[in-house]
Design a protein around this ligand. Sequence first.
Ligand code: FMN
Length: 178
Amino acid sequence: MNIVLINGSPRPKGTSALLSDEFIKGATAKGHCINVFNAAKEELHPCIACDKCRTAANGCVFKDGMEKLNPLLLSADMVVFVTPLYYFGMSSQIKIAIDRFYANNSALRAQPKKFAVLATCGDQEDWTFDALKLHYESLGKYLNWELIGSVYAEGVYVREDIENSSYPERAYEFGSSL
Ligand SMILES: Cc1cc2nc3c(=O)[nH]c(=O)nc-3n(C[C@H](O)[C@H](O)[C@H](O)COP(=O)(O)O)c2cc1C
């Protein structure tokens, strides 16, 4: 499969990065092609709801990192969303990229894709990830994309925490199960 992985963590060696790396190792071993888009490293403007993407001939008014992501998204069989939990939601870095799907809304909704979520957080309450899970499930329903797996890593504030857990192995196994 042609997979695009969108990472929303600003930490290049953080907990999300480890989950991503393990997922990529597993999926690559099975011959899948993975393109990584680091939302936190790209110049990305938040959607300003000007609707020019719907009316103007040359699309979105912002010519920024989305010009790299859009073709990857439009040609992907699968999208992997990777995010640390920030105040019970996804990071603002990845949310900016998702809001910018608006410019290709119809095309993205018309393309059957698989998707997955890799997420990390510090707390361990049984409800900590509830809002994030619901958000991604709703997004998938709206886009007509099929949620085929996820790794939600709780209790991992920093890299050392996740290194001492089974989550990296679970991310690898998920990747290699594709
Ligand atoms: C701005 C901010 C908000 C956070 N909000 C939460 C939260 O709501 N719940 C939680 O359990 N952890 C929260 N955390 C902790 C991170 O989710 C956790 O440290 C995660 O492992 C960071 O991932 P990273 O290393 O990939 O960036 C927050 C961290 C930051 C910086």
